[in-house]
Design a protein around this ligand. Structure first.
Ligand code: GDP
Ligand code: IMO
Ligand code: MG
Length: 420
């Protein structure tokens, strides 16, 4: 069976920490979408590591980590990341597998990402500029190159042909950038990746399933950044929701069992796009400061606000979430009041649905207030020891979303996770 861990908001919900925590219960940890736009933070003996391409199970010696076909792979980032995990004593070549169908991010994809954002001007998406959009466009446009192509004798010719196409597009944008250094790194990294186990991912994972192995699919980004269901066009270019597991790994839907949905106890977003519960005041600043809300990939300050139950309810619905994990609860420890968005007021009417064009609609959040617990909860390890005001808050989320809150994270470290 496959269980899934994914983010329910606009990313950065703490997926890396949670995957690392649950990894001992599984045999295979697999990324199914996204690429180096992701930044998943883990703490190992107090030392911080941020993973962009490698699944967050890599620090568990006996676990297989698979980069699935739905991922887009930046070889240069991947190589650097392998070197950084090696510093922790990880023999990454032993248990890291890559699907041959995984699409490659070329140096020109990154340039195109920049050119496209520049051309959008004030309407820019706020992309991480890692080449994600252009690479997925080449996948759906049926032009892209995949990991398996690296083994083709004429790979260089295929590369040059796609590069020439990209060059024309860059010329249309009137954009030029010297990519020669990146290109050198890219070709160096090709030789590096050839030393890995490049597999037919769908047969590989289905064989594991037949053997009764337990698979954990690790989502990147969050449901509100899903290309179909997020706040389009301010989204990423992949299906971040549970359905993406099937296409991103080559497994049938009935193989999916638990869907663990992660949400922060508040909400953040990085990049442009609608965010109804965003705080533009000192409370927002405080949450950013205490929660250290700066992007793990780009370092940009994250926009902060209250938890949005309308959006969360939508995310639970489209993902089929079976268990909720609430992270960064400790960040709210010092607040004297917390708010929860229970509906949007649109044209004077209260609605509990996420509209198609949230970016063009004035959705005013309707809030319910809760008194803060005003207690340091970071050392608590039993649910019964949580302050009553916190459990009231959690009960409310539970009842509204009709999905059980099963775990509460109260700090960045592995052991700071309380079972409800
Ligand atoms: P991801 O992209 O979903 O893996 O999340 P990020 O790593 O981008 O951002 C989450 C940040 O919050 C990281 O810096 C984590 O170390 C940190 N974090 C995760 N869980 C908690 C928690 O419960 N409390 C606090 N204070 N920090 C947390
Ligand atoms: P993790 O896995 C937060 C956002 C970008 C931008 C939009 C499109 O760490 O949760 P892209 O580079 O995909 O074209 O950017 O999506 N974004 C993320 N925000 N966490 C992420 O990943 C993100 N990956 C992309 O900021 O708004
Ligand atoms: Mg992140």
């Amino acid at each position: 069976m496959i269980d899934v861990i994914l983010g329910l908001q606009w990313g950065d919900e703490g997926k890396g920490k949670i995957v690392d925590y649950f990894a001992p219960n599984y045999d295979v940890i697999a990324r199914f979408q996204g690429g180096p736009n992701a930044g998943h933070t883990l703490y190992l003996n107090g030392k911080k590591v941020v993973l962009h391409q490698i699944p967050s199970g890599i620090f568990h010696e006996d676990k297989i980590n698979l980069i699935g076909n739905g991922v887009v792979l930046d070889l240069v980032t991947f190589k650097k990341e392998c070197e950084s995990v090696a510093a922790f004593g990880v023999d990454y070549k032993k248990n890291l597998y890559i699907s041959e169908r995984t699409h490659l991010i070329l140096p020109t994809h990154r340039a195109l990402d920049k050119a496209s954002e520049l051309a959008k001007g004030n309407d820019k998406i706020g992309s991480t500029l890692k080449g994600i959009g252009p690479t997925y466009m080449d996948k759906t446009g049926r032009n892209g190159l995949r990991v398996g192509n690296l083994l083709d004798k004429d790979f260089k010719t295929q590369y040059e042909s796609l590069k020439a196409k990209h060059q024309q597009m860059l010329d249309n944008y009137n954009f030029s950038e010297d990519i020669s250094a990146w290109e050198n790194d890219f070709f160096e990294a090709i030789e590096f990746i050839k030393e890995f186990k490049i597999v037919n991912g769908e047969y590989f994972i289905n064989e594991k399933l037949r053997e009764g192995k337990r698979i954990l699919a690790e989502g990147a980004q969050g449901s509100m950044l899903d290309v179909d269901f997020g706040t389009f066009p301010f989204v990423t270019s992949s299906n971040t929701i549970s359905a993406g597991v099937c296409t991103g790994l080559g497994v049938a839907p009935q193989k999916i069992k638990e869907v663990f949905g992660i949400t922060k106890a508040y909400c953040t977003r990085v990049g442009s796009g609608p965010f109804p519960t965003e705080l533009h005041d000192e409370t927002g600043e405080l949450i950013r400061k205490i929660g250290n809300e700066f992007g793990s990939t780009t370092g940009r300050p994250r926009r902060c606000g209250w938890i949005d139950l309308v959006a969360l309810d939508f995310a639970c619905m489209i993902n089929g979430v079976t268990q909720l994990i609430i992270t960064k609860t400790d960040v709210l420890d010092s607040l004297d009041e917390l708010k929860v968005c229970t509906a949007y007021k649109i044209d004077g009417e209260e609605k509990k649905c996420v509209p198609m064009q949230l970016n063009k609609i004035d959705a005013v959040p309707v809030y319910k207030s809760f008194p803060g617990w005003q207690k340091d909860i970071t050392a608590i390890s039993s649910y019964n020891d949580f302050p009553g005001k916190l459990t009231e808050y959690l009960d409310y989320l539970n009842n509204y979303l009709k999905v059980p809150v099963k775990y509460i994270s109260n700090g960045p470290n592995r052991e700071q996770l309380v079972t409800a």
